[in-house]
Design a binder for this molecule. Sequence first.
Ligand SMILES: Nc1nc2c(ncn2[C@@H]2O[C@H](COP(=O)(O)O[C@H]3[C@@H](O)[C@H](n4cnc5c(=O)[nH]c(N)nc54)O[C@@H]3COP(=O)(O)O)[C@@H](O)[C@H]2O)c(=O)[nH]1
Length: 799
Amino acid sequence: MYQVLYCLTDQHDWRLVALGGAVCLLASAAAISLFHRARAAQGTARLVWITLDAVVSGCGIWATHFIAMLAYGPGTGGAYNIPVTLLSLIFAISVTFVGLSIAVSSTRTLWVVLGGAIVGGGVAAMHYTGMAALEIPARVDWVEGTVIVSVVLGIVFAALALFVAARRDDLSHAISATALLTLAIVAHHFTAMGAVVLTPDPTLAISGLSIPPASMSFLTASAAIAIIAIALVSALLDRRAKGELGRQQVVLDTALENMSQGLCMFDADGKIILFNERYAAMLRRSDMQLIGRVLLDILREEAAKGQWNGDPEQFFARLVEDAREGRTTTDVVRRFDRSIRVVNQPMQGGGWVATFEDITEWLEAQAKISHMARHDALTNLPNRVLFHEQLEQGLRRAGSNNQLAVLCLDLDHFKDINDSLGHPIGDALLKEVGRRLKATVGEHDTVARLGGDEFAVVQIGRSEEAAARALAGRLVEVISAPYEIDDHQIVIGVSIGISLAPQDGTNPDELLKNADLALYRAKADGRGTYRFFETGMDARAQARRLLEMDLRAALQRDEFQAYYQPIRDVASDRVVAFEALLRWNHPHRGLISPINFIPLAEETGLIIQLGELVLRQACSDAATWPNDIGVAVNLSPVQFKNPNLIASVTEALEKSGLAARRLELEITESVLLQNSEATLTTLHELRAMGVRISLDDFGTGYSSLSYLRSFPFDKIKIDRSFVSELATREDSVAIIRAVTGLGRSLGIVTTAEGVESDAQLELLRREGCTQAQGYLFSQPRPASDVAMMLERPRLRASA
Ligand SMILES: Nc1nc2c(ncn2[C@@H]2O[C@H](COP(=O)(O)O[C@H]3[C@@H](O)[C@H](n4cnc5c(=O)[nH]c(N)nc54)O[C@@H]3COP(=O)(O)O)[C@@H](O)[C@H]2O)c(=O)[nH]1
């Protein structure tokens, strides 16, 4: 150590030492920068950078050495042997080249450190060869230990320099590595110089092939500085370019790695040249070496492991050929239970880019959407769309040998259940009906829910009429069996219309339409039954449709009018009230009786509007009559289901100014049949308003007496069928007697309808009937005739 310090302080010119150090620092900075460039490059570019780095480093070491030798006092009298000096330069460059190549080519620390150590060895090789070139009149001896230390110092610092440089390509690492490399060269040189022992020997002559150290040192120093400067500039320019490229690379890498799709790029031979992690993860190839591998080899490997089905050769050949021919292909493949859409896009100059998209969820969603579009959400049965398709298929399958039956089903009074028990119960009922239907039909039959409470079945067989009859009978029975839903016992019937192919139609629309017509007939025939389609149903349905259209138009055109029929008090023979009876003043068909349109108005719901119209008109007409004359208005069962009924009555009374006690509402037993609880509540509300309630058509229903108990009616109207048969049937007299007696004892007014003769009137008087109404007094007449009807007791002529 002392020897080295002595050599440095006493035997060297410090100014030249500083110059050598500066050259060394510059060379080291260039060497490290070029080292980074070499590591960032590939192939030939990398070799060029390594070579340049080796030249710059070698020249730097060499120049540092000779400048430092100039600073070395004892050596000033000598000269340098030219061939050996050149050899030292070659050593510096070549050994450094080997070390750099190893350090650049590997990412493993061991190899980087080894490469660095070789570079350090190159420094030593140059130094001691350079020293061998020194020709002075003295014998040069070496202190062995110091020599070893010098070599070790060069190797250790150079190894550390490349280790630091390889860790990261940034300024701080570059500065640290530069300092370490400078230290490697400088520490080696001055330690090695400390090992020199010069013993003067005048016999040693300087050869002719040598140049004096001063000229040699300045020459090499300027050459080295020039090389280093050029290398530094080129490295800086390259760094800038690489920086831009690097930034683009980062953007590209970020985009690639953040793509939801997998991407893999193949060259013309099917070798992988680029891929992203998504690709590797999707195809479970993350743990494989992929770059540079031919796809065929990967496929073969996967096929051998059972991870890939198919013929790898054939598959690969097709891909290569498609790319060569410039064809873009799209496939959906199943891998690891996922569905992957692969698009292979040919690239210019051969090769192709494959994108991989996991479409499993998308396909599932598509399947769900398509299921939803073709199935009913509540029952999961096919909906109308799918039913139509299946019917079409069924017609094709049935061909000429088989028949096909379409059964259209409609639940009877389902709306009542929905209205009274609520929609959740209604829904549960529909589900259960769907389940029962599926359980009852044959395994090849199709059941669908067409909407609301409408279901349909397609049945295919050889003797379809018999089979359809049997099935329809079974369905009526099964659906009508009681349901237990949320503690409610529900009983519901079903009406079924049946059409047969080919006789009733050969296409789905025709068959469905005809089954619907048959269903309409089944409903008209009392519901809870089935009917086959018959020719003529169509014409009736057509007529019905026309009437419905006409009815709607009539409402718009204000063609309805209330007529009035007087109701007389039997004892006083005075008119006490008028019953409002609706008439349709048709522009072409004349006056139409309500019997011809009320049932359809009830079915279509138009009765609500019509009923309100009569109510308003009757109240406003009655408001103009004497105060003691009442008005009776018929209420349909459908109106009773309308929650606005109370509001309509209130409004009609308020607008007209008619006292509520003068209004009488006539209801039939069928009103009480439907949801009696709610009906009774409404009736009580109406009664509370002061309106009177009559039970119309008494005697024609089934449980009249129990209804009389359930609500305190103001009046019982004895149906005209009993009055008309008074003269001919004893039992009619008995019934009238019983009803009038009942009325008397309950304090209820009794009105006999349809009185047409004096004899009937006389008999009714004898039996104690309170009021009478009929053609004997007058037919229903327009409001303008009310005054006349009040004045004249009998108006037999028709209005
Ligand atoms: N919901 C509503 N129903 C209404 C309304 N207007 C009428 N109707 C109902 O239509 C049915 C037929 O009525 P209409 O053709 O007016 O027949 C009534 C009378 O004209 C008829 N009548 C009266 N006296 C006699 C008679 O001596 N002989 C005879 N053959 N017929 C006679 O009876 C009908 C009145 O019946 P009722 O209502 O039971 O008192 C009918 O059911 C009407 O209820 C309306 O606005 N809303």
